[in-house]
Ligand binder design. Sequence first.
Ligand code: UD1
Length: 383
Amino acid sequence: MQTKIISVVGARPNFMKIAPLAEAFNQYISKGHSLQHILVHTGQHYDRKMSDSFFEELGIPEAQYNLGVGSGTHAEQVGRTMIEFEKVLMVEKPDWVIVIGDVNATLACSVTAKKLDIKVCHLEAGLRSGDMRMPEEINRIVTDRLSDLLLTPDRISNSNLIAEGVSDDRIQFVGNIMIDTLEKHRNKAGALKIEDIIQRNLLLDESTKHSVDHEFIVVTLHRPSNVDHQENLTALVDFFLQEVVKDTTLIWPIHPRTLQKLKDFDLYDKICKSSNVILLNPVGYFDMLKLNMSAKIILTDSGGLQEESCVLGTPCLTLRMNTERPVTLRENGGASVLVGEDIHKLQAEFNYLKQHQIESKVPELWDGNTAGRCLDAILNYKS
Ligand code: UD1
């Protein structure tokens, strides 16, 4: 009998994770497995640069359904997704729904599927920051509580789930699927030129040609805890302008929410005046990979970049108080240090990294072969 599986994506960090899974589905189908794969995009991220460009670059097949949910409050996004996703489930009646990561689509679609008695598989299960002020933490906890099959990226996540009482037979350690995408494309990205990346992504139309012939720093910020509070965002911008750009160039691809906040808090013009800050639109996957692998240091609040920098060996200062990805931290062999909202710690770690090399090791099973392990886990599932 054919197994029908719906995978759901909603926001940018999902796209690099669905690409290898969709490819694995096609390979399994061509090898004779009786599978049907349907891709649903909730439409939470809808800008070309936040969504379509990833589908094109990574060769992700077009979603059969786009729920057109768009921006809004969390309740609006989750509510609209549930209403629209339920209609898809009633028509398609799948055997499984696969939800990925910790975005609003993950929560909305796991709840909707479970209420219709459809099996749910959570890919990237078991991550915990312990910080209930993060919407993603709520999404992770609810999704893991409901899921039938929990596929984890590292062994710490297995321990988190066991500690919460999840039975061992529902958990499988498969590794980090995003690293499948990284390994597939790292040579292609490596061949790109930084100057070209800057030119094609410049936020402002500028006649000046930027050349970066020396070390540069990359920053990305989008978490509400950093960008929604004027005091925090101002302190970070002051640090960038007073410390970071003293003797290096700062390349900053800006998330739409952050751009809006910089304007709201009157910080944007100040940044534009600095000739050592290069502001970019949100960049595509290959461009970001090249920026990450070439940067002297990356400053970020993104979980995905924290993981990628760990594999690439790029020193990463994580601008958060906590992380759901402790496997990436320097004390666990990774490349990342949590600097929280402490500007003095940020300053000290930044100065240390300017002078010192660090070694980082690639976590277990972050080997580029996670997608196949995910499909095997689903196909071998015994309820
Ligand atoms: C979402 C995820 C977050 C992930 C991040 C990566 C949740 C709870 N959060 O946060 O985990 O790290 O994506 O980007 O799901 N906007 C656009 N164009 C778009 C999408 C958004 O302009 O295509 C703007 C809108 O003004 C929107 C704001 O960005 O209100 C924030 O977008 P939203 O989808 O609410 O959350 P993210 O901050 O992107």
